[in-house]
Ligand binder design. Structure first.
Ligand code: X5A
Ligand code: ZN
Length: 658
């Protein structure tokens, strides 16, 4: 069975006909232009033509009744023939909603568009996709419209996927800045739907101001543990706060849950410039969030528009999301990477609240939890004119270069052998003579260095995004690669070594950060603060590496913000195939997805997996989640305590004086 590929885009202009007919300062931000300007921007970036355009349809009454009461459906239906005065009166029965004579029709299209997306993804027609819809859905409840929402598009989609495709586990990620309390109510007792929401809360000051939006609302009955709320108690949250929540809350839960389908309640009012959210996250962060979620459920990801009221910020963020769904390189995140104190407090609270329900939190130390104070924290003011200007580049489908034989995917670009030979031995000798001359006596080594440099040059010149080099001695190839990259002008190179490797010392000027994953303690190298040994042997089933990647490697890598990543696989690697795959796919979020892989020839059977990871094939099934042993959980904790002052994205609790 061929792996699904392609990205669906679902949009219909008719959903711009729903509009506010009278003056209402609460509702007047939910305008038709939200949809049209997003679609226009997608066209400008040539993204529409790269997607599979799937038509909308009306959601059926039966489908709407999967979630809503017939009373609610009848009220909505009855508004089609009302005059303005009557519409205004019915609208007044709800908190923040407006009816237009075409609202019912649009809401049915919004439901239908979402279900078309689920069908396209579940049937394998596409791998993932986005539906641009109005009215939005996540505030809508069984028996009520609320917060600009009439029918709960995403909730209906989840019920539909359960019924039609027999799904047992669906993850809903609600990154809208408001709490999707409607969705929470619908799935509160349902363990088959994991609902995650972050939202502006400000200790219940912010709309909808509910106690049940706080971190201690974990679900009810059988659904306990399957509702995760991350309240933002300050405005001004930014990229690092969002990413910290993904690393330390959402992603570990999601990998343990192991969903069969992921649906995003994709509101962009959590983006910079939005008048509702007052947050600081830039459009690029949505590329990262999307990239992470693409690693779940075999890549089956349905993104459905909710809020977003700053037209420029909204449309840029929509483009970032769709570009990432299409598999383009992930743009770099700018700015200092450190979550603010208030965000860390929220993360700590939700981890403590969920400890009873999740294996990944099993060894969480919550003995220190007291009544957390809410110390004031210096916050940057939201910039009303976000810097969202990005050059539109249509990236070629070829992203990966390799000199090895065709063992991977058809997407690989093969560097012709003559190109390698062109780099003649004396040239290479001359190049390495200054620093590693004694290491390169063998012809075999020289030839491999030549081919590695040919690939690295293609990466440095941005002709390809990533590449794989085979080497008789990975340590030597990497040493040369690092030296060359720094000379080329890279300021920060992240180097992840897997296996027993003699690490050739580098000028320790902070331009290289080494994370060394190996089984045994390495001696005498711990002096440098840019060398981090991670002694880790993956368990027999080969899937307890999540906690190390999410809890340590990614936070360090995101704190460092490399402009190139080098991953070297040497002898006696202590990670299995799934651990290595995870490393490659997740580190593609860094350095604009630039990765040089160096594989020692003894490990060349890994070539195909690495190539698949680098061309963006969806993550294979990792099997049943295995929590780390207490010893390993402890190891992560100790490393975190040791490095969190230097690499601040590691911070996930406020004890020990952050
Ligand atoms: C979908 C959405 C916001 C409602 C705000 C009402 N709704 N004050 O973003
Ligand atoms: Zn919202």
């Amino acid at each position: 069975l061929a792996m699904a590929s392609g990205t669906a885009l679902i949009y219909d202009e008719e959903m711009t006909t729903h509009k506010l007919l009278w003056s209402d300062p609460v509702c007047d931000i939910e305008v038709p232009e939200r949809l049209s300007s997003s679609y226009e921007q997608l066209k400008r970036y040539h993204l529409v033509e790269r997607c599979v355009c799937v038509p909308v349809r009306e959601g059926s009454e039966e489908e709407i009744l999967l979630v809503h009461s017939s009373e609610h459906l009848e009220v909505a239906k009855s508004t089609q023939t009302m005059n303005e005065e009557q519409l205004k009166r019915v609208s007044g029965n709800y908190d923040a909603f407006f009816f237009h004579p075409n609202t019912y029709r649009c809401a049915r299209l919004a439901v239908g568009a979402t279900l078309q997306l689920v069908d396209a993804v579940m049937s394998g027609k596409v791998c993932n996709g986005m539906a641009l819809v109005r009215p939005p859905g996540h505030h809508s409840q069984r028996n009520a419209a609320n917060g600009f929402c009439l029918f709960n598009n995403v909730a209906i989609a989840a019920e539909y996927a359960k019924v039609k495709y027999g799904l047992k586990r669906i993850l809903i990620v609600d990154w809208d800045v408001h709490h999707g309390q409607g969705t929470q109510y619908i799935f509160e007792e349902d363990p088959s739907v994991l609902y995650f929401s972050w939202h502006r809360y400000e200790h219940q000051e912010f709309w909808p101001s509910l106690t049940e939006s706080d971190y201690d609302a974990v679900g009810l009955g059988k659904g306990k543990g399957f509702n995760i709320n991350l309240p933002w108690n300050k405005v001004g949250m930014g990229n690092s706060d969002y990413l910290a929540v993904f690393f330390h809350v959402l992603l570990p839960a999601a990998f343990e849950f192991d969903p069969e389908l992921v649906i995003v309640s994709s509101g962009y009012d959590s983006g910079i410039g939005d008048p509702e959210g007052q947050m600081n996250a830039t459009p690029e962060v949505f590329a990262h969030l999307t990239h992470f979620l693409m690693q779940l459920a075999n890549g089956k990801l349905c993104v459905v528009l909710e809020g977003g009221y700053h037209l420029k910020s909204l449309s840029e963020s929509v483009c970032m999301t769709v570009k990432t769904l299409l598999g383009d390189p992930v743009p770099q995140i700018t700015g200092e990477m450190a979550p603010c104190l208030s965000a860390v407090e929220s993360i700590q609270n939700v981890r403590a609240a969920h400890k009873p329900y999740w294996k990944w939190l099993m060894y969480e130390d919550t003995s220190f939890i007291q009544n957390l104070s809410t110390k004031s924290h210096l916050l940057k003011k939201a910039d009303p004119n976000p810097s969202t200007e990005h050059e539109s580049k249509i990236m070629p489908p070829i992203k990966t270069a390799t000199t090895s034989d065709s063992k991977g995917s058809a997407h690989l670009l093969h560097v012709p052998v003559h190109l390698v030979k062109e780099l003649d031995k004396t040239e290479i000798k001359a190049f390495v003579s200054g620093f590693y001359a004694d290491l390169v006596k063998e012809d075999k080594t020289l030839l491999s260095l030549g081919s590695m440099l040919a690939i690295l040059d293609k990466i440095l010149k941005k002709e390809v995004c990533n590449g794989i080099a085979e080497s008789p001695t990975a340590a030597v190839s990497v040493a040369v690669a690092l030296r060359h990259s720094v000379r080329f002008g890279f300021q920060r190179v992240l180097c992840v070594f897997v296996g027993d490797m003699q690490i050739i010392p580098n000028t320790d000027d902070g331009k290289i950060l080494v994370i060394h994953i190996c089984e045994k303690e390495q001696s005498g190298k711990t002096s440098s603060k840019h060398y981090i040994p991670l002694n880790w042997k993956e368990d027999a089933e080969g899937n307890d590496f999540f906690s190390a990647v999410l809890g340590f490697i990614l936070p360090v890598a995101y704190s460092y913000r490399p402009d190139l990543t080098v991953i070297a696989i040497g002898p006696n690697r202590s990670l299995g195939i799934s651990g290595i795959f995870l490393l490659f796919t997740l580190l593609q979020g860094l350095a604009e997805s630039r990765i040089l892989a160096v594989i020692e020839d003894k490990e060349i059977n890994l070539m195909q997996s690495v190539a698949q990871a680098l061309v963006g094939a969806s993550t294979p099934n990792f099997g049943t989640y295995v929590p780390p042993s207490q010893e390993k959980a402890n190891k992560i904790k100790i490393l975190r305590d040791q490095f969190q002052q230097q690499w601040k994205m590691l911070q996930c609790s406020v004890k020990d004086g952050i």
